[in-house]
Design a protein around this ligand. Structure first.
Ligand SMILES: [Zn+2]
Ligand SMILES: [Zn+2]
Length: 273
């Protein structure tokens, strides 16, 4: 068995992560259009009708744009907590299941646990997905690193962690003041420096973990800057580096681990979705 994770899109123009192990496949969010989503999934050799569900982090458009149409077209359930489902137009008319924050649900061969994050949405969550061979933790769209994020991160084999903005670029950048305040606030998005502080904690445990920096701002960050901030912080504080990649906005990335070989690989595939 192998846990295979594809980031199909990442950032404020759309987010979706495909997670697969054996016959079980789920999407975390479906924040791009159904045609683009379907094409990306077929390229990843997963037929959308074989999904066990679409788990939703929160109701912002960049996370749900294709969710209801996917559920209707392929008869797959949207899975979210009740306050989030209530905010998604049409969710009550398609297959759906309620999964409250901090409860667990078995979905095929996965055990899925949503955990609390801090964001300006009805009831936003991140997700831990445990398969037989690895644990994925996804934590994006959060203004602070909640205790739950820190606790889940310590168990991850792959963590998809928000690294939204460079603080200087945000402050000096073109956004209006109210938007800068929202992004930098406790219910906004975490910066490169905040992401790096969690990576320091993870590096100190000595436990191997792969990292994808995700949900990067197009205006207030660059993939190179996010990556450099993380590695520079690790190197200057602990004299070490980690296996860190960036989940790009439009270019899918792939990670996988197989049970019989402790082998992992992280790379981008260059075809546009
Ligand atoms: Zn978002
Ligand atoms: Zn959001």
């Amino acid at each position: 068995m192998a846990l295979v994770v594809h980031s199909l899109a990442s950032g404020s123009s759309g987010n979706s992560i495909l997670v697969k192990d054996g016959d079980t496949a789920v999407l975390i969010d479906a924040g791009i259009g159904i045609r683009r989503l379907t094409a990306a999934m077929m390229r990843a050799e997963v037929n959308p009708k074989d999904l066990s569900g679409i788990v939703i982090t929160h109701e912002h458009a960049d996370h749900i744009a294709g969710a209801v149409r996917m559920a209707r077209r392929f008869g797959i359930p949207i899975i979210a907590n009740a306050p989030t489902l209530d905010r998604i137009d049409g969710a009550s008319e398609v297959p759906h299941n309620i999964l409250a924050a901090n409860e667990e649900m078995a979905l095929g061969d996965f055990l899925i646990r949503p955990f609390s994050i801090s964001h300006d949405a009805a009831c936003p969550v991140g997700y831990s997905i445990h398969s037989s061979c690895a644990t994925l933790v996804s934590a994006t769209d959060t203004g602070i690193l909640t205790p739950e994020i820190r606790a889940e991160a310590l168990r991850a084999d792959l963590i998809i962690l928000e690294s939204n903005h460079d603080e200087d670029m945000l402050i000096k950048g073109p956004y209006p003041w109210y938007l800068k305040r929202r992004i930098a606030g406790e219910k906004g998005h975490i910066s490169n420096d905040a992401a790096s502080s969690l990576l320091l904690d993870l590096a100190e445990t000595g436990r191997p973990v792969s990292v994808w920096l995700a949900h990067l701002s197009k205006t207030n960050n660059t993939p190179a800057l996010a990556l450099a901030t993380a590695q520079y912080t690790l190197w200057s504080c602990l004299g070490t580096t980690m296996d860190i990649s960036v989940a790009l906005r439009d270019v899918p990335s792939l990670w996988w681990r197989q049970t019989d070989r402790p082998f992992q690989l992280s790379f981008y595939y260059s075809k546009q979705v």
